[in-house]
Design a protein around this ligand. Structure first.
Ligand SMILES: Nc1nc2c(ncn2[C@@H]2O[C@H](COP(=O)(O)OP(=O)(O)OP(=O)(O)O)[C@@H](O)[C@H]2O)c(=O)[nH]1
Ligand SMILES: Nc1nc2c(ncn2[C@@H]2O[C@H](COP(=O)(O)OP(=O)(O)OP(=O)(O)O)[C@@H](O)[C@H]2O)c(=O)[nH]1
Ligand SMILES: [Mg+2]
Ligand SMILES: [Mg+2]
Lengths: 278, 293
């Protein structure tokens, strides 16, 4: 009995380290470990493997509820606004999604509504060119709402099925930038009933606990309807997404696994947990 | 906040005017939690808390402080000491022109933007500065640096007829020298620390131009992974320091401690915005307070 208890302590420490270093967050990790300890006590489980499996299933269960790919109707215009803090991979992700949707028969258009950052428009145009998808743009410095307005008109005129809107990276703490985003959302809603149909928040897997603040503030400001977790091809595990899956009722649409056009996968809870726990 | 939590803990204990193993045990747990919540790496936290424990045990509580405040002070001072201290806080610029300054790091951390910010800084000091991008991978990366450079009035070098980053670097260095530039800031493509071919590319650029300074650019919101990234980049290049970007957000920035603990190299600058003037010198006391929340 004593021997089993000793294994328990080491195993729980090891599991806690695994969860914390995966960016699950210390409080949530402690909670998951406490649950494990309860189970181990009650059912007198001595096997580390059984406990690991229970933890894996627990996490998988949380994530499975957020597995929901984009479901784009085959008629009408579906608008997707892509948002997030600076450098997370929004523009690149738009290129990937646009290409994927086009290959599935949708007629896609892009809107270059990042009118602030140097060469942002050129960067999106390059992706548009690669995928053979038209990009609606204005000059750098133009009002993003004006670009989006134009893009909606163009999308309707050309009877496009999907319009993906690239926005400038912005820290969720910058009130004026969040107001700018809200304005874009309002303009869209006025022009096309129901727009934006999807607000996709792009998160970087290397981000730590700040991702929770990002999700909360973007959601409070404009209502987020989907998440993308990028850069999972690195060594960061992106465990913060488990916290987000539990604290927010927001589907996880895709993961980014590289810098090329094809480096996009629909979110799969089993694959994610396998990568997390080995 | 942390001080209030610790005061609460000490109120429940028989406070004896001296810190001991017993009465700081709960406090150390709170400190550990605070640091992990701030994204300091798990192992770095373990070592740090043990370090604080050994410093705190036996310490007298100063008359002017509560025991909680005393413990926080020990933690705060130790953080400042670890993140500050020796190590040049400025760029190592010498009289051999041009001084190549190389910026490296993961994708999207702010290298290109920081390159322009550094150029503005050195130009403010009266040093003729040129910029060059070796990022042949990211669409419009070269345009991005050129637009930023031109709005500063910095030289922007774009060696023609080559798509090889090492070649671009070598030729830009030669051109910068012949044109009399004192500083040449090299922007590199974002890359994964585990992409061996891309890390080799950085080593070849380094050998080709012999930089005066190699700076790792890292995002302040980086989580536990900061340790792996820092280790690999430092092993490959022997970095001279770090630029911690996006500090104008609300990330606690625990990565700062992890980066320093793993590489032993100083954080030299922090990015505090998207514009060219948004670069500040690193202040360890401010960082310590921020990490502790
Ligand atoms: N390794 C890896 N890199 C990625 C991934 N997604 C994007 N990137 C890279 O991350 C960097 C930033 O990507 P962008 O698409 O410019 O990011 P952004 O969010 O649009 O940036 P801003 O508009 O400046 O806020 C680029 O170097 C991309 O190639 C991914 O899944 N894996
Ligand atoms: N708020 C804020 N944004 C920043 C800061 N530094 C950079 N950025 C933004 O972060 C995003 C990425 O910056 P880049 O300079 O393109 O990053 P990078 O490291 O060169 O990206 P890659 O070349 O793709 O690896 C841009 O939107 C920048 O404006 C900063 O200190 N604060
Ligand atoms: Mg972008
Ligand atoms: Mg760049």
């Amino acid at each position: 009995l004593f021997g089993e208890k000793k294994i328990g302590a080491d195993l729980f420490e090891e599991l806690e380290e695994m969860l914390v270093t995966a960016d699950v967050g210390p409080a949530f990790a402690a909670e998951l470990i406490d649950e494990m300890k309860e189970i181990a006590k009650r059912s007198e489980l001595g096997s580390p493997d059984v406990l690991r499996t229970i933890l894996r299933d627990n996490i998988r269960f949380i994530l499975k509820q957020r597995e929901a790919p984009l479901d784009i109707p085959r008629d009408g215009l579906y608008t997707v606004m892509v948002v997030g803090v600076n450098g997370t991979g929004k523009t690149t992700t738009i290129g990937k999604i646009a290409n994927e949707l086009k290959s599935r028969g949708h007629s896609v258009m892009l809107a270059a509504a990042d009118t602030f950052r140097a060469a942002a428009i050129e960067q999106l145009e390059a992706w548009g060119e690669r995928a053979g998808i038209p990009v609606i743009k204005q000059k750098m410095g133009a009002d993003p709402s004006a670009v989006v307005f134009d893009a909606l008109q163009a999308a309707r005129a050309r009877e496009a099925g999907v319009l993906l809107i690239d926005t400038a990276g912005r820290l969720h703490t910058k009130v004026n930038l969040m107001e700018e985003l809200k304005k874009v959302g309002r303009i869209m809603g006025r022009e096309v009933p129901g727009a934006p149909h999807e607000v996709l928040l792009v998160l970087d897997a290397t981000t730590g606990q700040n991702a929770v603040n990002q999700a909360r503030m973007f959601n409070d400001a404009i209502g987020v309807t989907g998440l993308v977790l990028t850069k999972l091809d690195g060594t960061a595990k992106g465990g913060i997404i488990i916290r987000l899956a539990r604290e927010f009722d927001i589907p996880i649409r895709y993961i980014g696994i590289g810098e090329k056009m094809d480096d996009l996968r629909p979110f799969d809870s089993k694959e994610f947990v396998d990568a997390l726990m080995g | 906040n942390l001080t209030e939590k610790l005061d609460g803990i000490f109120r429940k204990l028989k406070s004896r005017g001296r810190l001991d193993e017993e009465n700081i045990r709960e406090s150390l747990k709170e400190i550990r939690m605070a640091l992990l919540e701030a994204d300091v790496n798990f192992r770095v936290v373990k070592d740090f808390v043990e370090d604080v424990r050994s410093r705190a045990v036996g310490r007298e509580v100063l008359e002017s402080l509560t025991p909680g405040q005393q413990v926080v002070k020990i933690v705060h001072d130790r953080l400042v000491e670890l993140m500050g201290g020796e190590g040049s806080q400025w760029l190592k610029l010498v009289d051999r022109f041009p001084n190549p300054v190389m910026l490296v790091g993961l994708q999207g951390c702010g290298k290109t933007t920081s390159a322009a910010k550094l150029a503005r800084l050195t130009m403010e000091q009266g040093r003729r500065t040129a910029l060059v991008s070796t990022d042949v991978y990211r669409p419009a990366a070269i345009d991005q640096l050129r637009v930023l450079g031109e709005s500063l009035g910095a030289g922007v070098l774009q060696p023609a007829d080559t798509e090889d980053p090492v070649d671009i670097a070598r030729r830009a260095a030669a051109e910068a020298e012949s044109l009399g530039y004192e500083v040449l800031i090299l922007d590199t493509a974002g890359r994964l620390h585990v992409d061996q071919a891309m890390m080799d590319e950085l080593q070849r650029i380094k050998s080709a131009i012999n930089p005066s300074e190699i700076l790792l650019v890292a995002d302040a919101m980086t989580g536990q992974d900061a340790v792996q990234v820092a280790q690999k980049f430092n092993e490959a290049l022997a970095i001279d320091g770090v630029i911690l970007t996006k500090m104008d957000g609300d990330a606690r920035g625990g990565a700062a401690l992890s980066l320093r603990a793993v590489t032993g190299k100083p954080i030299k600058f922090v990015g505090v915005g998207e514009k060219a003037d948004a670069l500040e010198v690193f202040h360890p006391e401010r960082m310590a307070s921020r990490i502790l929340g």
